[in-house]
Design a protein around this ligand. Sequence first.
Ligand code: FPP
Length: 265
Amino acid sequence: MIDKELIGPPGSPERALLDRLDLGRMPRHVAVIMDGNGRWAKQRRLPRVEGHRAGIASVRATVETAARLHLDALTLYAFSTENWKRPHLEVATLMTLLKEYVRRELATLLANDIRFRVIGRIDQLDSSVRKALQEALDATAHCKGLVFNIALSYSGRAELADAARRIAEEVAAGTLRPEDVGEDTLASRLYTAGLPDPDLLVRTSGEVRISNFLLWQIAYAEIYFTNTLWPDFRAMDFLEAIADFQKRERRFGLVTEPEPAVHRT
Ligand code: FPP
């Protein structure tokens, strides 16, 4: 049972929106492209990194809300393989923020039974970052609530290439037959193996692109774009995305309209 009090006390806008949601039709997995940190900082004449720093509060609010809504999984796109090309100071600050975040947030993750996971080319990260991530991975491995994935040094195409390479290796080793390779074979070799595909993909800041995120997994996801910049994103924005998701008719390629009656004369 969702404890609505934890998301919004009676009379709050969050509570009013939550009361309108169909709790039996919640997305199981929400993925988010966190965008607009740089613009948020620019609007305030601050350095770009201050936008990333402010974005941490949005990460915290989003993880908390996802856990309180009892979602199965939340995946946040924190750093793409392309992001390595940003100025050194920005990359270094993002890595420091990430380390600080996992260390500071660990107690909260544990208290909320949240299982932390990382997806992406983790070997490309600095050893001190990998160490901080590993501590959180190990400490939360037993947790049974929300699976919280952070995509780091992530590229959807690289993920598909990695899965294809693993399949090729298994075929070469004789442990997999080419005729047995199907969609499930590929899905089970993705970084997200075992998780439901995202039902809802949110992108902040008004950009209307997928940017190489979860290309395979979002095949049937509903996509929600909001103009809110990531550092301003809070529980209310999350609930609005879910309310919009619930208005959509998910057909998975099927038809739901009855066939028109054929009138014979
Ligand atoms: C996009 O904004 C955002 C990022 C590249 C990084 C997101 C990182 C965080 C919110 C902080 C660290 C994350 C965690 C999970 C602790 P942008 O810089 O591209 O914004 P712009 O398009 O306005 O320039």
